[in-house]
Design a protein around this ligand. Structure first.
Ligand code: ATP
Ligand code: F6P
Ligand code: MG
Length: 441
């Protein structure tokens, strides 16, 4: 009997019958890398569980290993591949684009590769942005720069019929979408419309989220760079706070629903005394509220550093009622709100303070990828191309348990990843900051 919890089966456009132009081996031990077969599977859970009094691995949920297949679906000379980047920018987008183009070009000999400008908007009927022809020369140095050479945008993704009309009109038969949960949902819907029309167009996603809030992925590309880029702001806030009388350094980082950047940055630069994330609601006032705890810290140590994720404390103000072009709710600026609260609280308490507020959000998001993310993006991009050439569709490339895998988009977007406040990451953050485990009265 199967105890499967997840559906990790990948859809394909049809049987892969064409021999891959990539020369690899079928045998272990001959000193040459082997093709990956669809039957090569990776265990999803590396934890053991108890069965009949014995600890056993969970063997039922397995994911398809990513990599070049011996047989591919598309004849490379018939391929017109397109790439688009959607949502907010993130370190590493250009690295992924570069890797995708180079893999199509050098490994498979694909010569028609187009960049779609400004995400799904570039595929709408009235788009005035032409396709950008891509080849290894065009993408040669792009990894040096932050952002994406294609531009990115929100909105347009729900107009799937128009998008598929454009794919048909432009003879695009592979679409690589690089983006977050919204982009992936859009990619899935585009795949459904393609199926409904009986077309043979592969849609493959490369998951992007600076907030690191996608499930079924160890950590998203650009996240390591984001944390590394947040560190100097915390360091600056700490120096400013220490050099002032009762100084308070307040830093805001991104993280709408998940506080991973804040949590990891607190560990990377352990000057943080209070790390505030959406997953761990807190009170401002009262004996166990944030303000009282900051006061205690100021009276004991003469300075304090607060790192807040943008989605934390949203309940302190009524919802803005505004959304962006993709339908995401616009948040209050918790950084500015906290700065004002701290100011008036300490004034009322008769304690002189100096509050320095730093918001490095867009500096972090626009940074070029560091070496760790550059390596990661190069590998993600190539793996996305191997999936598409093999005719896999409505899937994405991910790294789970340090292995590259293909996952169905539907399963991957079925839940978001949040910092588990009973888990080891948050436990380690609390040990480092020495803040109370709860600041609720
Ligand atoms: N539920 C959905 N179904 C189909 N398309 C969607 C959906 N949500 C968003 N999209 C489309 O996906 C694209 C990107 O969405 P969004 O702006 O939310 O960014 P994202 O991909 O979630 O990345 P991030 O929010 O991390 O920057 C937009 O073109 C949007 O129209
Ligand atoms: O300024 P924008 O484009 O609305 O994006 C802000 C949002 O984008 C994200 O960086 C995700 O891409 C969130 O962390 C943030 O809330
Ligand atoms: Mg989103």
């Amino acid at each position: 009997m199967s105890n499967k919890m997840f559906d990790f089966d990948i859809e394909t456009l049809g049987e892969a019958k064409i021999s891959s132009p990539i020369r690899m081996s079928r045998n272990n031990g001959d000193g040459m890398a082997d093709y990956v077969s669809d039957e090569d599977r990776i265990l999803y859970s590396v934890q053991t569980h108890e069965e009949d009094g014995v600890r056993k691995p969970l063997l039922d949920d397995t994911m398809e290993e990513a990599g070049p297949r011996e047989k591919i679906y598309f004849n490379p000379s018939h391929v017109h591949a397109a790439i688009c980047t959607c949502g907010g920018i993130c370190p590493g987008l250009n690295n992924v684009i570069r890797a995708v183009v180079r893999c199509f070009w050098y490994r498979y000999g694909v010569r028609r590769i187009s960049g779609i400008q400004y995400g799904y908007l570039g595929l709408l009927e009235n788009s005035s942005w032409p396709l950008i022809p891509l080849d290894p020369d065009v993408v040669d140095d792009i990894q040096e720069k932050g952002g994406t050479i294609l531009g990115s945008a929100r909105g347009g993704g729900k107009q799937v019929e128009e998008i598929v009309d454009s794919l048909e009109r432009l003879n695009i038969n592979i679409l690589i979408t690089i983006g977050g949960d919204g982009t992936l949902r859009g990619a899935y819907d585009i795949g459904e419309e393609i199926k409904r029309r009986g077309l043979k167009i592969a849609v493959v996603g490369v998951p992007k989220t600076i907030d690191n809030d996608l499930s079924f992925i160890d950590s998203s590309f650009g996240f390591d760079t984001a944390v590394a880029s947040a560190v100097p702001s915390v360091r600056g806030a700490h120096v400013e706070a220490k050099n002032s009388i009762n100084g308070i350094g307040l830093v805001k980082v991104m993280g709408r629903e998940s506080g991973y950047i804040a949590a990891h940055t607190s560990l990377a630069q352990s000057d943080v005394n209070f790390c505030l994330i959406p997953e761990s609601p807190f009170d401002l006032d009262g004996p166990n509220g944030l303000l009282e705890h900051v006061k205690r810290r100021i009276l004991e140590r003469g300075h304090a550093v607060i790192l807040v994720a943008e989605g934390a404390g949203q309940e302190f103000a009524p919802p803005t009622g505004e959304t962006d072009a993709s339908g995401n709710i616009k948040y209050h600026d918790i950084g500015i709100f906290l700065k004002e609260k701290l100011k008036s609280y300490f004034k009322d308490e008769g304690i002189p303070t100096s509050i320095k507020y730093i918001d490095p959000s867009y500096i972090i998001r626009s940074a070029p990828a560091n070496s760790y993310d550059s390596i990661y993006c190069a590998r993600l991009g190539a793996h996305a191309v191997h999936a598409a050439m093999a005719g896999k569709t409505q899937c994405l490339v991910s790294r789970v348990n340090n292995q590259f895998v293909y996952l169905p988009i539907k399963q991957a977007v079925s839940k978001r990843s949040h910092v588990d406040i009973e888990g080891t990451l948050w436990r380690d953050v609390l040990e480092n900051t020495r803040q109370p485990f709860s600041m609720k009265n």
